[in-house]
Design a protein around this ligand. Sequence first.
Ligand code: HEC
Length: 113
Amino acid sequence: MRVALAFAAAAILLAGCMYPKSAEPPASLSAAEVEKARAKDPAADAAAVGAGRELFVAKCGECHDHPDVMAIEDAKWPGILDEMGEKAEIDATQRGSVLRFILAVRAARAPAK
Ligand code: HEC
C-alpha cells in the first residue's frame, strides 16, 4: 500500500513537471566572453555577471537540477525568473542579477550562425 502510494505520488510529480533539459551550471565567463555579452547588455560587467552566477549556482539547483540555460530562448527567461525567483525566495534585484548572468552566457556562448 505504502509502495503503491509512493509510485502514484512519483507519477503525479513527473507528469506535472515537464522539466526541460538540465546541465551543470555554466562555467564563469572569461574576460573575452564578458566583452561579448556587454555588446548586448552594457551593464553585464564581470562583477554583475559573477554575482548572478553565484546566485544561480546556489539557488537554482535546490529543487531540480540546474536548467540548461542554452536550451531555453532569451525571451522566456524573464518570465521564468519571475516565477522561479519567488520559489527560490530571492528579491527583484537578485532575480535581475540571475537573469543578467543567464543572458550573458547565452550571448557569449551562442553557437556561431
Ligand atoms: C523551491 C523550489 C524551486 C527553486 C528554488 C527553483 N525552482 Fe525552478 N522549478 C521548480 C518546480 C516545482 C518546477 C516545475 C513546475 C513549474 O514550472 O512551476 C520548476 C521548473 C523550472 C523550469 C522549467 C519551467 C519553465 O517554465 O520552463 C526552469 C527553467 C526553472 N525551474 C528554472 C529555475 C531557476 C533559474 C531557478 C533559480 C532562480 C529555480 N528554477 C529555482 C521549483 C524550484
